[in-house]
Design a binder for this molecule. Structure first.
Ligand code: SF4
Ligand code: SF4
Length: 289
């Protein structure tokens, strides 16, 4: 079983459109896949596939203090020691509480207990292309790397149970902890970039991360024809750094149409320029697999 991640140094490069099309093309090649949306702040891969929810698990990524009224002797020690001002009238404000546990440590009356907080959910859905594992972190929750690790672990369990060939991961944009958690241990990272100065800058940053994990990096320049000079500069950069450019995808209004219709572009119009490039790109990519 192989694991691949589709990543980008910044948002808006078309990473999820590429992932959606690759999922379709992988199935057309008779690969049994599991796909995982590891962008837990703004998951959107599910918007491209009709799905049926099979399972919803609570994700506990943080804790919150609670005071047992009957045990509290109103000594104010916890109030004085809470750096976040989360305790008032011997009650904890769950929004302000950071779960540090200091109140629990200093309470002389054993009146504070720490409870797991629901920080988000992990969903497993059934689609025509295979199981999809996706998550959603509640607003304000920070342990996003940990929920991504759990999404990946769940994807692996399903893939091993069903003897599937491939796990395809749609990672969050950037180089933060969600992306680090999405990349560790994958076989190939496909980096989707765009022909702008910031696209090149963000590509350089994410290449550093991919190389750190000793993952085979492949690059695709999306909407390359919006700035062909810049696309050339990115190609030069890739050549100098011995990075494989997989394919350049032209700007194509059909992609927007596909997003609005909620289907991957290769299903929406397989003859448009973007779809043709994606189909060729999948051919090359599957050779790396
Ligand atoms: S766990 Fe930390 S932040 Fe929360 S109430 Fe206790 S001391 Fe304050
Ligand atoms: S430290 Fe314990 S006993 Fe004192 S006010 Fe806080 S909860 Fe109550």
């Amino acid at each position: 079983m192989k694991e691949v991640a589709i990543v980008s140094g910044k948002g808006g490069t078309g990473k999820t459109s590429v992932t959606g099309s690759f999922i379709v093309l992988a199935r057309e090649d008779k690969l049994d896949i599991v796909f995982a949306d590891c962008d837990v702040d703004a998951p959107n891969l599910h918007l491209l596939f009709k799905s049926e929810l099979m399972d919803r698990e609570e994700y506990h990524g943080s804790r919150s203090a609670e005071i047992k009224e009957e045990e509290c002797i109103e000594c104010d020690i916890c109030v004085d020691n809470c750096r976040f001002g989360a305790i008032e009238d011997y009650k904890v404000d769950p929004i302000l509480c950071e779960g540090c546990g200091v109140c629990n440590l200093v309470c002389p009356s054993d009146a504070v207990w720490m409870r797991d907080r629901i920080s988000g959910y992990i969903f497993t859905s059934k689609t025509d292309y295979g199981p999809m594992v996706h998550g959603l972190l509640r607003a304000g929750e920070e342990s996003s790397g940990k929920i991504v690790a759990e999404i990946r672990s769940k994807s692996r369990t399903i893939a091993e149970r069903d003897d599937r060939d491939l796990i395809m991961i749609d990672a969050a944009a950037g180089i933060g902890c969600q992306v680090i958690a999405s990349l560790s241990g994958v076989n190939i990272a496909l980096i989707v970039t765009e022909p702008t100065k910031s696209g090149l800058h963000d590509l350089e940053r994410i290449i550093g991360l991919v190389k750190h994990f000793e993952i085979t990096p492949l690059v695709c320049i999306n909407k390359y024809d919006l700035n062909e000079d810049m696309a050339e500069e990115i190609e030069d950069y890739c050549e100098k750094n011995e990075l494989g450019i997989l394919k350049k995808i032209p700007f194509d209004r059909s992609v927007e149409g596909a997003i609005n219709a909620g289907i991957p572009v290769v299903k929406h119009d397989e003859n448009c320029g973007a779809s043709k490039a994606l189909i060729e790109m999948w051919g090359e990519f599957s050779e790396y697999l």
